[in-house]
Design a protein around this ligand. Structure first.
Ligand code: SF4
Length: 382
């Protein structure tokens, strides 16, 4: 199975209940940002820039739980900022698990080894670690040397202690997909449980817009061979979302399915764009004119294909005629039930692969191009 049985059954039960109630808008995953402070200054991060005026504020555990309870979402992804520097992170995770939530802590893993003893493994609990490439590429994107190594040590420690670990990888304009494959090959040897990949969403607060995948065609080109990754690795993206990224099908944005809560309230309309903050999920849903968002409606949405807008659609609103819906439903079932098998033995000391050599398609190679770009843009830190 791709996820533990308890995760599959909780999700199916939740979806059945919401479908029977006939709810039009309901959340699937809540992005809970108890703080925006972070120990890193990653090049592509919008949060530390958009929320720099409130970077020292954080949400109390009580308010986080109130927000989770009122939204009713089955999956809570605690992000930020860096959630492992939130002073009450272990208490928050514990309370969410008591509420039978499926909990992800989305972390850069710099403090993972140190903080591990504060948590207990559970089939509902995942550390989702941010890695955007092999050592040189990742360290460059997070603007600090040694981050990749520390994250890998954190992964090893977490796996040894019995935790589930997944990896979040953002695909930028210069990302070499062959490097992503090598990264997954390597992380498989460490016993990683799954991978989530998404095209970079262009945060307006990030000045280096050129690092993002700008057009849909660029995104489709990047993801055209994603089937290969899908067959080999335990991707946690739905097959329907991956077909959308490849340009094989269209989906409508369902940003209301992945709402974000942070020190300012419920952020709308989506994880990427901020047109307002609301007091409750109900306010966000009822006061937002959803018909105004999405490609062809808002120019800011034109080339957006991020997972927080589109991946939940596979669960929430399988569209088309009866036969298409039946077939998609069957595929989603098969996707949940079957996944590429894990490495039979964890090989902690496997060497980190060398990045692929540049091809004719990317003559300078991703790393050299990025280095040049950052140096030109004046953001590269030694
Ligand atoms: S398409 Fe949806 S997720 Fe993407 S920017 Fe627009 S509202 Fe946000």
């Amino acid at each position: 199975m791709r996820f533990p049985l308890i995760v599959n059954t909780s999700l199916s039960w939740y979806l059945m209940k919401r479908a029977l109630k006939g709810d039009k808008y309901f959340p699937m995953v809540m992005m809970l940002e108890p703080l925006h402070a972070c120990n890193l200054t990653c090049t592509g991060c919008g949060r530390i820039r958009e929320y720099k005026d409130t970077i020292n504020q954080y949400v109390s555990v009580e308010d986080c739980l109130k927000a989770v309870d009122t939204s009713g979402t089955p999956i809570v992804s605690i992000c930020g900022g860096e959630p492992l520097i939130y002073p009450h992170i272990a208490e928050l995770v514990d309370e969410l698990l008591k509420r039978k939530k499926i909990v992800y802590v989305a972390t850069n893993a710099m403090f993972l080894e140190k903080k591990l003893k504060e948590f207990k493994p559970s089939s509902r609990f995942f550390f989702a670690i941010h890695l955007d490439g092999l050592e040189e590429t990742h360290d460059m994107l997070v603007e600090r040397k040694g981050v990749f190594k520390t994250a890998v040590n954190g992964i090893k420690a977490a796996k040894k202690a019995g935790f589930q670990v997944t990896i979040n990888t953002t695909i930028f304009k210069e990302t070499d997909m062959r490097e992503v494959e090598l990264l997954m090959d390597y992380l498989d040897t460490l016993g990683v449980d799954g991978y989530m990949i998404t095209p970079a969403g262009a945060y307006s607060s990030v000045s280096n817009q050129e690092i993002f995948l700008i057009t849909k065609d660029e995104i489709r080109e990047k993801f055209k061979e994603v089937d290969k990754l899908m067959k080999k690795h335990r991707l946690h993206n739905t097959p329907i979302f991956l077909e959308f990224l490849q340009g094989k099908r269209e989906l409508s944005c369902a940003a209301w399915g992945v709402p974000t809560y942070n020190p300012k309230g419920w952020k709308g309309p989506c994880y990427l764009m901020t047109d307002g903050h609301y007091k409750s999920y109900q306010d966000l849903v009822t006061k937002t004119d959803w018909s105004k968002y999405g490609p062809g409606k808002d120019p800011r949405c034109e080339n957006c294909m991020v997972h927080v807008g589109y991946d939940p659609v596979a669960f929430l609103a399988l569209k088309g005629n009866f036969l298409t819906r039946m077939m998609d439903g069957f595929r989603m079932f098969m996707w949940q039930m079957f996944a590429p098998s894990r490495e039979s033995k964890i090989r902690e000391n496997a060497p980190v692969p060398v990045p692929p050599k540049p091809t004719q398609l990317s003559p300078a190679g991703p790393i050299v191009q990025l280095e040049n770009f950052f140096v030109t843009a004046g953001t590269h830190k030694n």
